[in-house]
Ligand binder design. Structure first.
Ligand code: NAI
Length: 270
C-alpha cells in the first residue's frame, strides 16, 4: 500500500460515532497516510464519549458542531484553522439521520417536521458546510470535499424512506456547489455512493439484514466494506484525483450496473 498520500494535508472529518462508522475508518486511514485533521460530530453524539478513543489514536482534537447550525459551523472552521495552523485541504461529510425512519413513519405518511429535519441534517448540512467554508475562505485551492450517499437516490428501495429524497438532494448539492467552488477556488466536491454497510445509520433501515445479503449477491465483487470505502475516500482527498469533481461515484462492487446476477437467479430456479 502507498504511504503518505495525504502528507501535509489538513482536514475536517464529520460523523465518526463509533468504530463501525465509515468516518471512523476514514479518520484511521487519513492518519495512516500522514494527514492532520479535527474530528467533529453533533454534541449529543459526543456524549457517548467513544470519539475520544479515535481522537487519541489519531492525535486529533474534537470540536462539537451540529451540522444544521450555522454558528456551530463557523466556530468549527475558526477552531479547526487555529488547531491545524491554516486552511483546510479536505472535508468528509458523513452525516445522515431521518426522524421518519427512526419513528417508523411510512414514506407515504411522513411527518413533515421530521421530513424537514431529514433534509436539513442529511443534505442541506453539506450546503451549510460549504457555504461557511466559502464565506470564511477556509479551504485551500485544490481542496477536496466528499459526501456519502446511497443508490436509493436513483432507484426505489421502499424502506429507505425519506432518506432517498435526502440523498438525491445531497448529490445535487455536491454537483451544484462543485461548479461554484470549482470556478472560484478549484475545490472539488464529489459523493461516494456506498454499498449497504453495517453501521448505526445503516442498520436503522427496516429489513437491513436481508437487504445487505441481497446487495452482496447482486454485486459481482460483493459489497464494499467501510474499510474499503475509507480507502476510496483517501484517493479522493489525495492529489491523484485533482480533476474529479461534481461526480456521484459508485463504490458498490458493481451493484449499480448489474441487472440481475446468477446468485440471485439461483434463488428462483426450481
Ligand atoms: P453512522 O451512524 O456511524 O454515522 C452517521 C453520523 O451522522 C453519526 O456520527 C451521527 O452522529 C451524525 N449526525 C447525525 N446528525 C447530525 C448533526 N445534526 N450534525 C452532525 N452530525 C450528525 O453511520 P454511517 O453508515 O457511517 O453513515 C455515514 C454516512 O454514510 C451517512 O451519510 C450515510 O447515509 C451514508 N451511507 C451509509 C450506508 C450504510 O449502509 N451504512 C450506505 C451508503 C451511504
Amino acid at each position: 500500500m502507498a504511504t503518505d498520500l495525504l502528507k501535509g494535508k489538513k482536514g475536517i472529518i464529520f460523523g465518526a460515532l463509533n468504530e463501525q462508522s465509515i468516518a471512523w475508518k476514514v479518520a484511521e486511514k487519513a492518519h495512516e497516510q500522514g494527514a492532520e485533521f479535527v474530528l467533529t460530530n453533533a454534541p449529543i453524539a459526543l456524549r457517548m464519549g467513544e470519539i475520544n478513543k479515535l481522537a487519541d489514536a489519531t492525535n486529533s482534537e474534537v470540536i462539537p458542531a451540529d451540522a444544521t447550525n450555522m454558528e456551530d459551523l463557523e466556530n468549527l472552521f475558526t477552531k479547526a484553522q487555529e488547531i491545524l495552523g491554516g486552511k483546510v485541504d479536505f472535508i468528509l461529510h458523513s452525516i445522515g439521520m431521518s426522524p421518519n425512519v427512526r419513528k417508523k413513519k411510512h414514506y407515504t405518511e411522513n411527518n413533515y417536521d421530521f421530513y424537514h429535519k431529514t433534509m436539513d441534517i442529511s443534505a442541506m448540512s453539506l450546503h451549510r458546510t460549504l457555504s461557511t467554508a466559502m464565506k470564511m475562505d477556509a479551504l485551500n485551492e485544490w481542496g477536496s470535499v466528499v459526501g456519502l450517499t446511497y443508490i436509493a437516490a436513483q432507484r426505489v428501495f421502499p424502506d429507505y424512506n425519506d432518506m432517498a429524497d435526502a440523498k438525491s438532494l445531497l448529490e445535487s448539492i455536491a454537483r451544484s456547489f462543485g461548479y461554484h467552488y470549482g470556478e472560484k477556488k478549484k475545490v472539488r466536491i464529489n459523493t461516494i455512493s456506498q454499498s449497504p454497510t453495517p453501521t448505526t445509520a445503516g442498520t436503522g433501515v427496516k429489513g437491513f439484514d436481508e437487504f445487505i445479503s441481497f446487495a452482496d449477491s447482486m454485486s459481482p465483487l460483493g459489497n464494499a466494506s467501510a474499510d474499503e470505502c475509507a480507502d476510496y475516500t483517501i484517493t479522493l482527498f489525495s492529489d491523484f484525483t485533482r480533476k474529479v469533481t461534481m461526480q456521484n461515484l459508485y463504490h458498490d462492487g458493481g451493484f449499480s450496473n448489474t441487472g440481475v446476477s446468477n446468485k440471485v437467479m439461483e434463488k428462483f430456479t426450481k
